[in-house]
Ligand binder design. Structure first.
Ligand SMILES: Cc1cc2nc3c(=O)[nH]c(=O)nc-3n(C[C@H](O)[C@H](O)[C@H](O)COP(=O)(O)OP(=O)(O)OC[C@H]3O[C@@H](n4cnc5c(N)ncnc54)[C@H](O)[C@@H]3O)c2cc1C
Ligand SMILES: NC(=O)c1ccc[n+]([C@@H]2O[C@H](COP(=O)([O-])OP(=O)(O)OC[C@H]3O[C@@H](n4cnc5c(N)ncnc54)[C@H](O)[C@@H]3O)[C@@H](O)[C@H]2O)c1
Length: 479
């Protein structure tokens, strides 16, 4: 077995979307950089999360839009062509091959070491390659942990024997299950229930709480639940799983018993019950941290509990905002901060400076790709009130906007802007409705740039687009 040692300015562990961005920015800043990956370059997002899930959802949402248009609805009355949808999904995952992303790393002059990376004391990373060889990497300036998350499963006895689906199977399955149970009411649960119901499964959702999408404005979860029920999804709130088995053996059907005694049978069961940090086996104990923990960082993405400031944690693993775009934003900032510190420069680290991820706490955008879509940025009303801000929620029915009525008959949607009355700016905005995902960037600019509400009157939306919701919200606020 070979044992090789190499020195770099920066060592990145994990080549998901976030690690790739940290590495590229550090390299652009003039630092020699290596990235370590144990599975596929591109990470969860490219192969088992964002890309395949959105590829599965897109035909479902396009069909729903078409069905709201007389003259077109008849043409899309039939079922989706599931094998064709799954085949297009496979194209978007490059058939689970990473040659394209490896080529990109080459093009930006970042070295790749394949294998499992572990910290081995300050500034040192040991990689065990697939052949069992060892590569010892030493970083002159920084190590960035970008190892992401894995699916969290509840502690139910015998769960392994059931072969449950996690987000990985839900995004990569090759066949449509006849009956699918979905446990959870968060983003993965609603998106995957929407996709598989549209592809032909009979979906039952088992939700522990009293609503869907609990971190968003309450009307978002309510409107998504109404629409999912209309599409045929059986949603049960306030239920927990008592036990789950595969009757008669591993190939047989699922039998789930709920805490209220009800029994359900199905072909597959998806647990969409949150995420664990992927930090159990990365050598955290060698630098005084606890394996399995989320990594706490400052606004420059530097781990706070490690001396000398050489360790960064970026993306999902720091638990600030578990979203690809937000992790990539952090990656750009961390890469720039590492390069600036290496050059001995003073950081631009006041809020909204070049080296701090201020938007993580003030303006995180997210689109949930259900029918209707949910698009939100910044704080919900409840979050703004809990933060002690004097706010007013301004609501408007999107169906009354000309562009929305044209978009589809019986358009159902709602918008809310949360106005900070003392600052005269927006604390948050939520849109719910078909096609609203593409509106979100306007709200993200308004919230992150703290555009005064008085100035928003001069941002004129084109007629007749759904964006005219902005005028209606301003008029409602003015009264
Ligand atoms: C079903 C689903 C759908 C989603 N859809 C969206 C969406 O539409 N939009 C959105 O913004 N977000 C979405 N997300 C969230 C998004 O996937 C994550 O926020 C994003 O992948 C985080 O990127 P990351 O680079 O931090 O981690 P990851 O993408 O998890 O990448 C981490 C990488 O590190 C590697 N790694 C881990 N440990 C080691 C080690 N010890 N040595 C070497 N390599 C290691 C892993 O193999 C992996 O490649 C979705 C998530 C799920 C589950
Ligand atoms: N379109 C998008 O932006 C998108 C899509 C999918 C995922 N994501 C991101 O991925 C992350 C993970 O999503 P997720 O849906 O897995 O997590 P989540 O934390 O959003 O939701 C998990 C849900 O499972 C429930 N739950 C937890 N333990 C349970 C148990 N034992 N029994 C029953 N219910 C239980 C929780 O109450 C919660 O509602 C999220 O942070 C999300 O932002 C984003």
């Amino acid at each position: 077995m070979d044992d090789v040692s190499r020195n770099y300015d920066v060592v990145v562990i994990g080549a998901g979307p976030v690690g790739e961005n940290v590495a590229e920015r550090a390299r652009t800043g003039g630092l020699s950089t290596v990235i370590v990956e144990s599975e596929l370059v591109g990470g969860e997002c490219s192969y088992w999360a964002c890309m395949p899930s959105k590829a599965l959802l897109r035909p479902a949402l396009a069909r729903a839009d078409a069905r709201r248009l007389p003259g077109l609805a008849g043409a899309v009355a039939g079922p989706l062509d599931a094998p064709a949808v799954l085949a297009r999904r496979d194209v978007f995952t490059s058939n689970w091959k990473d040659d394209g992303q490896v080529g990109w790393l080459d093009s930006v002059d970042v070295d790749l070491v394949r294998g499992h990376g572990r910290l081995d004391g300050p500034r040192k990373v040991t990689v065990t390659t697939p052949d069992g060889d060892t590569v010892r990497l030493t970083a002159r300036h920084a190590v960035a942990v970008c190892t992401g998350t894995t699916a969290a499963l509840p502690p139910l006895a015998g769960l392994d024997n059931v072969r449950p689906w996690t987000s990985r199977e839900a995004t990569s399955a090759k066949e449509v299950p006849g009956r699918l149970l979905v446990v959870g009411g968060g983003v993965v649960a609603v998106e995957m229930a929407t996709a598989w119901q549209a592809l032909g499964s009979e979906v039952t959702m088992l939700v522990r709480g009293s609503g869907l999408l609990p971190r968003m404005e309450p009307f978002a979860g309510e409107m998504v639940a109404d629409s999912m029920r209309a599409a045929g999804v059986d949603i049960r709130f306030g239920v927990s799983m008592a036990s789950v088995t595969r009757e008669g053996g591993p190939e047989d059907q699922i039998r789930a018993v709920l805490d209220d005694g009800a029994t359900l049978t199905a072909d597959e069961i998806l647990f969409a019950t949150g995420r664990h940090p992927h930090t159990g086996d990365i050598g955290l104990e060698t630098v005084g941290l606890t394996p399995g923990d989320w990594l706490t960082v400052d606004d420059t993405l530097r781990v706070t509990d490690v001396e000398d400031g050489w360790l960064y944690a970026v993306g999902d693993v720091n638990h600030r905002a578990l979203l690809t775009h937000q992790g990539k934003y952090q990656g750009r900032i961390a890469g720039a901060a590492i390069a600036a510190r290496a050059r001995g420069e003073v950081l631009d680290d006041a809020p909204w400076g070049a080296h701090v991820a201020t938007a993580d706490t003030a303006a995180v955008p997210q689109v949930v790709f259900t029918d209707p879509e949910v698009a939100a940025v910044g704080l919900s009303l409840e979050e703004a009130e809990q933060a002690g801000r004097r706010v007013r929620a301004v609501d408007y029915d999107l169906g009354n906007v000309a562009g929305a009525a044209l978009y589809g008959d019986d358009y159902r949607g709602k918008a809310r802007m949360v106005v900070d009355l003392d600052a005269g700016v927006l604390a948050g905005v939520t849109f719910v409705g078909p096609g609203v995902g593409e509106l979100l960037y306007s709200a993200t600019v308004a919230v992150s740039a703290q555009v005064p509400v008085t100035r928003l009157w001069h941002a004129v939306p084109a007629y007749p687009t759904i964006s005219e919701i902005w005028l209606r919200l301003l008029e409602t606020f003015r009264g």
